[in-house]
Design a protein around this ligand. Structure first.
Ligand code: ASP
Length: 364
């Protein structure tokens, strides 16, 4: 599609100015010939991982059962020419899968590439396209592993690109506009869908089908879009107790499994998980983290025998799980899927009991 390398252009420009400043290797902005580089606009890099936003169905009324992750990032960008009014964009294809298939290896590769890009003075912000099903996990992971004031924005869609009134194009335009906006700095990793801006730390997918699926009911939204321009409700702020993990040289993460709590739960699933390699367990407990008495007995057992790290979270949509006071850790405000990511990062960083307790129960 006629691509020219902006690296070459920028080098030529700097030589013409008599100051041949070498550009860092990480800067590989590629612009299309028909969209010349606009020096007055910020540079935004779009990392694509797949999902419904890149999904394709056989008819325009099909909004389930389509192939997620079918279209490449160039096609997503080409579908929204308005992107060039707000930024110089380039796309990087990291993966092209439905988000249930995102792995720790993909996440590590993604966050390492994003960090390198943000470290470049030529990049003003990053957008990550992602399936909505596990977007809350990946965005939480990136939030905890990136060190930068620059905006990082996750975006997805609830309707495939081929659907009537597909939401992907406007979501992508809003996400890039946000990533290019200096007012979006210092707010951690954000999520854009359905005209809303939310923070990756607390936000969860609340509805399997509707466009307004992403919510943090207790913590609320960060802002809204009017005429595609972001409007924030508050000055930049980060969640209390948000840790940082350096994973720039990490190649794998330990297995952490989630067990779902319910009446007459099968207590032996905990030992089965540990025997199959889990180094940590997250319990989606009933109410404020409740587990059954026989279930707790097995949990105590695996902790004692295998030193398994166990965090009690909750299957309720919202709420706080207090410190257990005995074995295991209380998961605080984190839902099970976010607690699992935090546990993987902490175990991967070599955290042991006392550090895990402080990490999960920091505000106790
Ligand atoms: N249905 C999903 C989505 O909304 C598919 C996925 O998560 O990849 O993107």
């Amino acid at each position: 599609m006629g691509l020219i390398n902006f690296f070459a252009l920028a080098s030529l420009a700097s030589i013409a100015l008599g100051s041949p400043v070498p550009l860092p290797d990480t800067f590989r902005l590629v612009v299309r010939e028909d969209r010349p580089y606009n020096a007055s606009l910020p540079n935004v890099t779009i990392f694509a991982t797949g999902g419904t936003i890149a999904g394709s169905a056989s008819s325009s009324d099909q909004t389930t059962g389509y192939q997620a992750g079918a279209l490449g990032v160039d096609i997503l960008i080409a579908a929204v020419p308005q992107l060039w009014n707000v930024s110089n964009v380039r796309g990087v294809q990291v993966a092209n899968v439905g988000s249930p298939s995102i792995t720790p290896e993909i996440l590590l590769n993604l966050t390492q590439q994003v960090q390198k890009e943000l470290d470049s003075p030529y990049c003003q912000g990053v957008v990550i396209t992602h399936g909505t099903d596990t977007l809350e996990e990946s965005s939480f992971f990136v939030d905890l592993t990136i060190r930068s004031e620059k905006p990082v924005v996750f975006v997805g869609a609830m309707r495939p690109a081929t659907a009537i009134s597909a939401d992907g194009p406007i979501n992508l335009l809003e996400a890039v506009t946000l990533a290019a906006d200096p007012d979006a700095r210092g707010r951690g990793t954000m999520i854009v869908l359905n005209d809303r801006i939310s923070n990756a730390y607390y936000t969860t997918k609340s509805n399997a089908n509707s466009l307004d699926t992403f919510r943090a009911v207790e913590q609320g939204f960060l802002g809204f879009f009017i005429n595609i321009k972001p409007k924030f409700y508050f000055a930049p702020a980060l969640p209390l107790g948000k840790p940082y993990f350096d994973v720039m040289n990490t190649t794998c993460l330990p297995q952490v499994d989630i067990l779902f709590g319910h009446q007459v739960l099968n207590p032996t699933l905990a030992s089965a998980a540990v025997e199959s390699g889990a180094k940590g367990l997250v319990l989606a407990g009933m109410g404020a983290g409740g587990w059954t008495t026989p279930g707790d007995k097995v949990i105590q057992d695996v902790i004692e025998k295998h030193n398994t790290a166990v965090v009690y979270s909750r299957r309720s949509m919202d709420g706080y799980v207090a410190p257990t006071g005995t074995f295991g850790y209380g998961g605080g405000f984190l839902n099970p899927q976010k607690a699992r990511i935090l546990m993987q990062l902490a175990l991967g960083a070599g955290y042991e009991n006392a550090q895990l307790k402080t990490l999960f129960e920091f505000d106790a």
